[in-house]
Design a protein around this ligand. Structure first.
Ligand code: SF4
Length: 462
């Protein structure tokens, strides 16, 4: 019988049906970080349990670690305590950990694929909502809470309800100046922030097929913002070429054998879906959020439509019919697991080259990992950003969630390449976040206000 990748992966990892009706699912890879694990390890210790599969568990520091002044002990006591707890817990359990002095350190969803830990056909869990990112390589990846982190540490299993599968096709070609971020913001805007509840999103169509793995990660990363528990893209030659030669990917003949299995795990041509929706890539424009959830967005050329609630308008200071273009910004943030990879920095640098950041704007570039930082520095991108007046920081989550010292202040307005524009997300309860592509953030940093990046790309030699 024809099956989707989701069904194949689910069935291959199902241990048993639980009396609750849920399925006990084996987790192939567990990624952990400093913030959602201290309590989980404590609970394990209280029960006298051991980590079941330390060889399937990998750890990094990202959420709370500083992106400047990274010498230990950190000035931030909480960051120091959480990092020290993770070091202790990983040492006791025999779990590999990449801290700030490791070349492999970075945001958990950036380093997993980068190191070849993330592979097609896998089940993956991590105590962060944006674990869906790993679906870009054909994995089924679940963001989990602290008690589930405990469960996975103790048993390498999760109790889960099955999901329906919605196929989301994006066909055609994206115009210049339109990026994966614009695609996923458009999808969420149309399907709604709750539209994916109970679903896995399988993305496909010619525009998705043409995307690099970096771009596919941006798409899958924000599945959770559309309510979908997971998002994935069927593995193809782009996936295999991305994985070839990565440290934790199979090598030699084992790689070819693995690739045959990965190919077989892709959805069958005649697989049935619970729902299907289609988007026309050519109609997608640079898109910016104006509200307080990622579904409240608008094409940069359009006026904001009226919505049922006044809350978002009151908080953000927009009015129905207004345009986001021309909105003065205070902060520009390029980074996060959504858009902190090399191709994101390259796209932003193309816009920034030869320009200066507007005098009233604080602008930060925070590479998603130390490997991204090294690759960017080898290409001279850091010099482009520094010459323009950006700060070039160390790898981490930074201003995506403002849990570290990178935070908005007061009512600052931030053009951000991250994934959430909830009230208070960037560290200030009254700070205002406008989500957009890294190229759009770069354009806003230079102009000092939201502008259509396509007007600046005309100035940039191809
Ligand atoms: S960058 Fe943001 S969404 Fe991604 S792992 Fe860090 S805090 Fe979570």
């Amino acid at each position: 019988m024809a099956e989707t990748l989701f069904e194949k992966v689910w069935n291959a990892h199902a241990v048993r049906r639980l009396p609750s009706g849920q399925t006990q699912l084996f987790v192939g890879l567990h990624l952990v970080h400093e913030v959602t694990t201290p309590q989980a390890f404590d609970m394990l210790r209280q029960h006298g349990w051991k980590v079941a599969y330390p060889d399937r568990t990998f750890a990094t520091v990202d959420h709370i670690v500083p992106t400047i002044a990274r010498r230990r002990p950190f000035l931030d006591v909480m960051a120091e305590e959480m990092t020290a707890a993770l070091e202790r817990n990983c040492r006791d359990a025999g779990i590999p950990l990449w801290t700030l002095d490791s070349a492999n350190q970075g945001i958990v969803h950036v380093i997993g694929p980068e190191l070849g830990l993330t592979q097609p056909g896998m089940t993956i869990a991590c105590g962060d909502s944006h674990t869906s990112t790993h679906g870009a390589l054909g994995a089924i990846a679940f963001g989990i809470g602290t008690s589930q982190v405990r469960d996975v540490l103790a048993s390498q299993c999760l109790a889960l309800d099955p999901l329906k599968v919605r196929r989301v096709d994006v066909n055609g070609r994206l115009a210049a100046g339109v990026y994966a971020k614009d695609v996923i913001l458009t999808i969420i805007r149309r399907l709604g922030v709750d539209g994916g509840v109970g679903f896995a999103y399988e993305y496909g169509g010619s525009a998705i097929d043409a995307m690099s793995i970096d771009e596919r990660m941006t798409i899958c990363n924000m599945s959770i913002e559309g309510g979908a528990r997971v998002g994935y893209i069927n593995p193809d030659e782009t996936t295999f070429e991305f994985l070839r030669g990565r440290p934790y990917a199979p090598a030699g003949e084992m790689f070819e054998r693995a690739a045959r299995w990965w190919r077989h795990m892709a959805s069958d041509r005649d697989a049935a879906y619970d729902d299907r929706v289609t988007f026309n890539a050519a109609s997608i424009e640079p898109t910016v959020t104006w509200g307080i959830n990622p579904g409240q967005s608008v094409a940069v050329s359009e006026p904001i439509a009226a919505v049922a609630t006044d809350e978002a308008f009151a908080f953000m200071g927009f009015t129905p019919g207004a345009r986001v273009a021309g909105t003065r910004i205070d902060v520009a943030f390029i980074g996060s697991c959504t858009n902190g990879r090399l191709s994101d920095l390259e796209a932003a640098a193309r816009v920034v080259r030869g320009h200066r950041v507007a005098p009233h704007v604080k602008a930060l570039v925070v590479p998603g990992s130390q490997a991204v930082a090294r690759a960017a520095e080898a290409r001279g991108l850091h010099e482009v950003f520094l010459e323009a007046g950006f700060e070039w920081r160390g790898a981490g989550c930074s201003m995506c969630l403002g849990m570290n010292t990178d935070r908005l202040e007061g009512q600052q307005v931030c053009a951000s390449s991250s994934n959430r524009n909830f009230k208070g997300r960037q560290g200030s309860p009254t700070g205002r976040t406008l989500l957009m592509s890294p190229a759009m953030v770069a354009a806003a940093a230079v102009a000092g206000e939201i502008v259509d990046v396509r007007t600046m790309l005309d100035e940039v030699p191809a």
